[in-house]
Design a protein around this ligand. Structure first.
Ligand SMILES: NC(=O)c1ccc[n+]([C@@H]2O[C@H](COP(=O)([O-])OP(=O)(O)OC[C@H]3O[C@@H](n4cnc5c(N)ncnc54)[C@H](OP(=O)(O)O)[C@@H]3O)[C@@H](O)[C@H]2O)c1
Length: 234
């Protein structure tokens, strides 16, 4: 069953954001693409709609309008723009929203290697985001390890999503969104501080992709079946 609440993907015009939006649009969710430029957001939404089908409920708007229109926010911007964007959007983010951060502090953003991460003072991009959102907004870290190229394709993915958050309800909601992506099993990955490990794994996967010319994902084995079961909606 689709969640009745819209999902706003901020920075949703890039490959990671369009891929997640496509998956959720195909699953029947209502999706809003956010961008610094409303017209670019609308164009991206039209492109996704052509791939997802005419029944897809997807629109595009400027990032702050997207925040005002949704309480489920997914952040898919380069790490180097994350803090400034969150500061700019703070007045528009609704009380009680949840923010799912997928950003990875890759060294490539400052001229380094894509297979390395930058040190983030707070521990991870997600923990930095948690410091910048308005009070009462909870943060989860997820989706870092999914290949944007595969998310934008037509095949089921071969990857688990680990969800890290300090708020169990936010973890549950994020797991339910992850489980809507075919091939994905959504696993509770513990506290938000574990996001630094998820972000490091992305750098490792990028290095593997470069070395072996592939599209890697991760699978977690050995847990009881309920750990992999799609979480029920909050
Ligand atoms: N690519 C992957 O496979 C993948 C997978 C998992 C996670 N991630 C992470 O997800 C994030 C997005 O990845 P991506 O490859 O989609 O990135 P991207 O294409 O470089 O950027 C995504 C969007 O961010 C917006 N943006 C760029 N610079 C900005 C700025 N200075 N201020 C505000 N918005 C800005 C742009 O949207 P507008 O110009 O329309 O505003 C852009 O389309 C990154 O942190 C990445 O590490 C990527």
């Amino acid at each position: 069953m689709p969640d009745s609440r819209p999902i706003a993907v901020l920075g949703g015009t890039g490959p990671a954001g369009t891929g997640l939006a496509l998956q959720w649009a195909r699953a029947g969710e209502t999706v809003i693409i956010g961008s610094r430029d409303g017209q670019r957001a609308q164009a991206a939404a039209e492109t996704i709609k052509r791939k997802a089908g005419s029944q897809a409920r997807i629109s595009g708007m400027e990032n702050s309008s997207a925040c005002a229109a949704a309480e489920i926010l997914v952040l898919t911007v380069p790490f180097e723009s994350q803090a400034a964007l969150l500061k700019q959007l703070k007045p528009a983010i609704r009380a009680g929203s949840i923010l799912i951060d997928a950003t990875v502090a890759l060294a490539a953003g400052v001229g380094g290697r894509a297979s390395r991460t930058l040190g983030v003072w707070q521990g991870s991009s997600a923990q930095q985001a948690a410091e910048l959102v308005p009070k009462g907004v909870s943060v989860a870290a997820a989706f870092h390890n999914l290949s944007a190229e595969l998310l934008n394709g037509d095949e089921a993915l071969d990857c688990d999503v680990l969800v890290c958050s300090d708020d169990p309800i936010t973890t549950q909601l994020t797991r339910s969104l992850a489980a809507k992506i075919p091939g994905v099993r959504a696993i509770d990955g513990g506290k938000l501080e574990n996001a630094r490990i998820l972000e490091q794994i992305t750098a490792l996967l990028i290095g593997l992709n470069i070395r072996h010319k592939g599209h890697t994902g991760i699978r977690i084995t050995g847990l009881p079946p309920e750990a992999y079961a799609p979480a029920s909606k909050s």
